[in-house]
Design a binder for this molecule. Sequence first.
Ligand SMILES: [Fe+2]
Ligand SMILES: [Fe+2]
Length: 203
Amino acid sequence: MSWQENTKNKMLRLQLPTDPRWVDVAKMSLADILVDHAYCEQKAASSCISLILKFPELDKLVETLTPVVAEEWDHFSRVMDQLRKRGLPFGHPRKDEYVVQLQKFVRKGGSRMQQLTEYLLMNALIEARSCERFKLLWQNLEDEELKNFYYELMVSEAAHYVNFIDLAKTYFPKDKVEARWQEWLAYEKEVLSSQEIRGDRMH
Ligand SMILES: [Fe+2]
Ligand SMILES: [Fe+2]
């Protein structure tokens, strides 16, 4: 199944499209966007490693996420190449307000599988939003190499998004995952609409 078929109904379930002004400001702050993007990839890899370490007994989860760690780290490395090529400096991470807000929505307590569902849905949401933003960069950047890079990443993050949703539905009842996913989507809409538009942040 192509990624378009795989995601056409699911991906568009984000409740709020990115403000079109974001890509205009992002284009003007490419150095900052690339640094922020590198850290997004690092966090994606770290987050998969942490899920594997928290749930080592879940074969399908370990099997699915192990190659994702490698993919995310490859993305990190390739963003670093883009920085180097342009003579742009790396630096310390900035506070990721978007992720901080999402983490507040993780429901504490409940069963181990409920906890897992929370983590998987949060990761799915970050993948979905990243995918949407990469699409905007692919469509709006002028640099051919970066356009192609973001197209490729958009496809890759879409597949990760599907992985996280599928894993949630593997380990927790599908109807409950669906109901909680709706709550996450609604919450993410609030988070996004309360954030100022910044060209130096991927989210
Ligand atoms: Fe990635
Ligand atoms: Fe990803």
